[in-house]
Ligand binder design. Sequence first.
Ligand code: AP5
Length: 235
Amino acid sequence: LSNGSESMRMILIGPPGAGKGTQAPKIKEKYGCCHLATGDMLRAQVAAKTELGKQAKKIMDEGKLVSDEIMIGMIKSELDTNKECQHGFILDGFPRTVPQAEKLDEMLDAKRQQLKHAIELQIDDSLLVARITGRLVHPASGRSYHKVFNPPQKAMTDDVTGEPLIQRSDDNEEALKKRLGTYHAQTAPVTDYYRKTGIWRKVDASKEPGDVWKSLLTIFNESDKGSASGGLLGK
Ligand code: AP5
């Protein structure tokens, strides 16, 4: 158990537009683990027009949260059955409530696993409107772009597949206000939950995506060094 090849097991916490979905694929590429984005999973249900999808679309467009029971079931099933998750995981959008955080601890305890990082992407609400209203997504892959900050090579087209990009139905100013209200009321306590552990770190997410990535790498390198020296440096 010595170096960076040890399994990654982490959560990314941050308000809508903080950059969770922008950074997570880079972490996945570096560590070869799975990236479980609960928002993407719910949107896949919406696209497939399942009963859950119909209910979830209404809740998401209102900026509220889908029930803990459903979300916990989704994550548990992925962690138990998704082969990619055998090499570790990045949870993006989960846990979003304290009961979800508690259940995650129980799930990992049962597997005799522990989280390595709980990273909070911190950014002022005022910067998020421009990020959210300019976002373009490729639904099949979850790749996201921005009209101004990260434009695709060809307008409204995914760089990799050439397929069309869309705007999410909850990416408007009105829904964002509600999502931010929900974040501060229900997800801020989750950051307090992890702040009490030794694995919580904060990152300034208002910087350029490349700088945010560098801050993440610093955290990972520090902890890899810690485990290489028998955990003495692990904080
Ligand atoms: P979800 O899909 O998780 O939405 P969210 O948390 O609101 O997060 P976003 O996807 O909006 O933000 P992000 O941080 O990923 O931003 P991104 O990197 O794309 O959830 C949607 C809904 O599903 C919830 O509202 C809820 O109803 C439900 N749900 C999901 N999980 C749930 C759970 N566990 N329990 C209950 N309900 C749940 O970046 C945004 C934009 O900014 C992009 O255009 C990007 O290009 C740009 N950008 C990114 N970084 C930078 C940067 N550093 N500088 C400039 N621009 C940047």
